[in-house]
Design a protein. Structure first.
Length: 58
């Protein structure tokens, strides 16, 4: 499997994790400290994947 494909699937998995955090915190989306840390880490990883994917496809 190509690196681009792996990055895409990893990113989709991260988005599912973020969706689950949002679902758990609905309807007000108030996060506790652990959830905030997890969300921040997931979004950082997602950004890194997007940057790497952009670099590979340019």
């Amino acid at each position: 499997m190509r690196k681009e494909t792996k990055l895409l699937f990893d990113s989709l998995g991260i988005l599912e994790d973020v969706r689950e955090l949002l679902r758990q915190s609905a309807p007000f989306h108030k996060f506790d400290k652990v959830q905030k840390k997890e969300l921040s880490a997931k979004l950082d990883k997602l950004k890194n994947n997007a940057d790497e994917l952009k670099r590979l496809l340019s």
